[in-house]
Design a protein around this ligand. Structure first.
Ligand SMILES: [Zn+2]
Length: 308
């Protein structure tokens, strides 16, 4: 079975995996809005011979794009949890070459408890790739669609910087809430304004290396992302999240924090505009990360986004 990747614009690769697909959207992963758009974008990036089949099942792939998160949060599936992230710091990561090749190798080296706590995302992506290949070879349509939808989710997660860091919700730097703000609220607020551009799929020969390249690149952006968030919050006076009577932030069914209503949306827009203006005047990587053109340059083609 041929393995194909999508090469999207100037961004980092995001999703892919519909059929041994790996796409190259840019590098952020996502709440419901993001996962659904990413899976759909991957369908349209496929070569024609594959696209027809997946297009006919696009609704399923879009709806099921959040299936792994639902299993994690709504069904409280303990096994599911570690599949969505990898805290590279916990593994003292220096290079992919020094990491275990397979999940079995990783289990032998670290043990289950470490893996459950620090994540297995890169190894699990490869497991799903193998399963997808097998399902396709055997023509098991329902199974391959299920796997493809899941795989799109995990590959998207691999492109989210905070899914590769032990400081995944800013908890180590007094920035709790950054995770949901970054992967859910920003796309929900601004996604309709961005164009989603997909280029043609390309074949990836070395899936293992590609997966680790994605993880490493995502991780390299985490510090800049946290820095950008800190600068934003310095100019944000009131709490942006809904809290209960005890002051604890409330989460939705996906485990995401809930931002306040229209007032906060309006405030977010102002902050984003301010950040854009600052980014235009600065070469700072941190500020560039909050520039919406950088953030969402995979949502570029307006006509495409309207069709989603
Ligand atoms: Zn996830």
């Amino acid at each position: 079975m041929k393995k194909i990747t999508l090469t999207l614009c100037p961004m980092k690769r995001i999703i892919i995996a519909l059929l041994l697909i790996l796409a190259n959207l840019k590098s952020f992963a996502w709440g419901e809005w993001g996962h659904q758009h990413i899976n759909k974008a991957a369908v349209f990036a496929l070569p024609l011979a594959m696209r027809v089949f997946f297009y006919n099942h696009a609704d399923y792939l879009v709806i099921e794009s959040v299936g792994p998160d639902l299993r994690k949060y709504m069904m409280n599936d303990k096994v599911e949890f570690a599949r969505h992230f990898v805290n590279l710091e916990d593994y003292n990561y220096t290079s992919a070459a020094d990491m275990p090749v397979t999940l079995k190798d990783a289990t032998a080296r670290y043990g289950d408890s470490v893996l459950n706590k620090s994540g297995i995302l890169p190894w699990y992506i490869e497991i799903m790739m193998d399963k997808l290949t097998t399902a396709m070879k055997q023509g098991r349509t329902a199974e391959l669609l299920f796997i493809a939808a899941d795989l799109g989710h995990y590959i998207a997660d691999a492109h989210m910087p905070l899914h590769t860091s032990s400081n995944h919700d800013g908890q180590l730097t007094d920035q709790r809430g950054i995770h949901a703000f970054w992967e859910s609220q920003l796309p929900e607020l601004f996604g309709a304004q961005y164009n989603l551009h997909t280029a043609n799929a390309r074949y990836i020969k070395d899936i293992h290396q590609e997966v680790w390249n994605i993880i490493e690149h995502s991780h390299s952006l985490a510090a800049a992302l946290l820095s950008a968030d800190k600068q934003l919050k310095q100019s944000f006076k009131s709490s942006m999240y809904i809290t209960d009577a005890s002051g604890k932030m409330i989460k939705n069914k996906f485990g995401h924090l809930q931002y306040r209503g229209r007032t906060s949306k309006y405030t977010f827009r102002i902050l984003a505009c301010q950040a854009n203006r600052r980014a235009a005047r600065s070469d700072s990587d941190a500020l560039r990360l909050v520039d919406r053109r950088s953030l969402f340059d995979h949502f570029r083609r307006k006509s495409f986004i309207r069709d989603l």
